[in-house]
Design a protein around this ligand. Structure first.
Ligand SMILES: Cc1cc2nc3c(=O)[nH]c(=O)nc-3n(C[C@H](O)[C@H](O)[C@H](O)COP(=O)(O)OP(=O)(O)OC[C@H]3O[C@@H](n4cnc5c(N)ncnc54)[C@H](O)[C@@H]3O)c2cc1C
Length: 399
């Protein structure tokens, strides 16, 4: 078992670290870097994206033939955690949700004609995208089989009616992947923002900072989608989003590890300089125990993510591994950002540093792309069917 990164991935990782440390992290302390939803402002983003492209780090997760760097999940794990040591990082490299997961699924299952029309503009950074799946009760949430948004086939077109919510990025997206109920189950579709028959009802206010385009409630009232813009086979939509969410969940974990690492780095810096009751805080054993526990939890997170990445790269769906990583990394991000605030005292609670940003952002990690309880249910499903073989070595049976 060799955990050494291949040379070309290590070289890209070091270049990413350099750009994050010297260019992107310094932007966080300047209030003019932010838009009104607490993300990097669009003008600055455009400028940084050009620098990322010039540095040869753009869209690392996409194939070389489509102008990416051709990295698989292992290389992505190594780079994404470095990128998200800055709260602005992933979107600067075209590695932020939801574009990241949408590009992955389009690259995997779209036809070549669909890739040229719907995928390449996202890879190039010319447009943004959204995945529209979740609905308010009584529609589909944790259980997508309850989806009520309906697509009815009429004369070569699909007519869509229904309601979705929490659709990340919908306010700025041009390309949408939609999951709707059809006669033979759920089916995935592609549509463009300029098509009539849908609208954004509202941008839902949330507790944390927002991705560009927010989290929107969107309504479909007779949206017409030509059959050529159906993604995959009729009735196979659930399978398609499961493929998308498998890796998308893991890339969330990769990024969240970066946020966890950064939180702990900030805390370590503070306690290394702050004195109290005659000694430096970092010399106090109770502080060391907190830091040691958090550092260990982050490393457990990295091992879980890298194992899942390795399995996926070797042909497995790694569903139980992805679920374990998703639960553990979400908890780690919440716990570590909380510990870091505690260790920084009042400064940790202020807006002078980014810990409070990360802390508010972190709460969604236990909900998005499957609530932790749903992932526990999935893990139990595998345990129940595999019994003692659940703890196997190697790629496993989940292929
Ligand atoms: C910030 C943010 C961004 C999002 N972005 C998108 C997006 O871009 N596109 C999209 O389609 N959706 C998006 N979502 C929606 C997200 O995927 C759903 O919120 C999530 O799948 C849970 O669905 P729900 O909210 O309907 O929860 P519900 O299904 O109503 O569940 C509520 C709670 O019940 C519990 N629960 C549910 N099922 C079980 C179970 N089987 N066992 C035990 N407990 C259970 C869990 O605690 C769960 O949190 C986003 C959500 C957030 C908060």
């Amino acid at each position: 078992m060799d955990f050494t990164l291949p040379e070309h991935i290590e070289a890209l990782r070091l270049k990413t670290v350099d750009l994050i440390n010297h260019k992107i992290i310094p932007l966080e302390t300047d209030s003019s870097s932010y838009d009104k939803h607490e993300n990097i402002n669009e003008e600055l983003l455009l400028e940084i994206r050009q620098e990322v492209k010039a540095a040869g780090l753009w869209s690392p997760q996409m194939p070389i033939s489509r102008l990416g760097l051709g990295l698989g999940p292992i290389g992505m794990s190594a780079l994404y955690e470095e990128m998200n040591r800055s709260i602005f990082g992933p979107v600067c490299f075209n590695c932020a949700a939801p574009d990241d997961g949408n590009m992955y699924i389009l690259n995997k299952i779209a036809t070549e004609e669909q890739k040229v029309e719907w995928l390449d503009p996202i890879i190039n950074g010319d447009v943004r995208s959204s995945l529209a799946m979740t609905e308010p009760a009584p529609g589909g949430g944790s259980d997508p089989t309850m989806i009520k948004t309906e697509a009815i086939y009429q004369n070569g077109k699909w007519i869509v009616n229904g309601l979705k919510w929490y659709i990340t990025g919908a306010g700025v997206a041009s390309h949408f992947i939609l999951l709707a109920k059809t006669k033979d189950g759920l089916t995935a579709f592609l549509y463009h923002k300029d098509q009539p028959g849908w609208n954004i009802k509202r941008r839902i206010p949330i507790m944390g900072p927002e991705e560009h385009g927010g989290h929107c409630e969107i309504e479909f009232s007779g949206l017409q989608i030509p059959d050529k813009n159906r993604l995959g086979e009729v009735g196979k939509g659930l399978k398609i989003v499961q493929i998308r969410l498998g890796l998308a969940r893991l890339t969330h974990c990769m990024r969240w590890i970066g946020l966890s690492r950064r939180s702990l780095e900030i805390a370590l810096d503070y306690v290394s300089h702050r004195k109290g009751f005659g000694i430096t805080l970092s010399d106090r054993e109770s502080v060391q125990v907190k830091l040691g526990k958090a550092a260990m939890d982050i490393d457990i997170a990295r091992l879980l993510v890298m194992r899942a990445a390795w399995k996926i790269e070797n042909g497995s769906k790694a569903r139980q591994d992805v679920s374990m990583a998703k639960i553990h990394v979400a908890d780690t991000l919440n716990n570590v950002s909380d510990t870091a605030i505690q260790l920084c005292g009042a400064k940790g609670y202020s807006k002078d540093i980014i810990l409070e940003w990360i802390y508010r952002y972190a709460r969604q990690a236990k909900l998005v792309d499957g609530a932790s309880e749903v992932h526990q249910m999935i893990i139990n499903r595998f345990f129940n069917s595999q019994k003692s073989n659940f703890w196997h070595w190697g790629i496993g049976h989940d292929i």
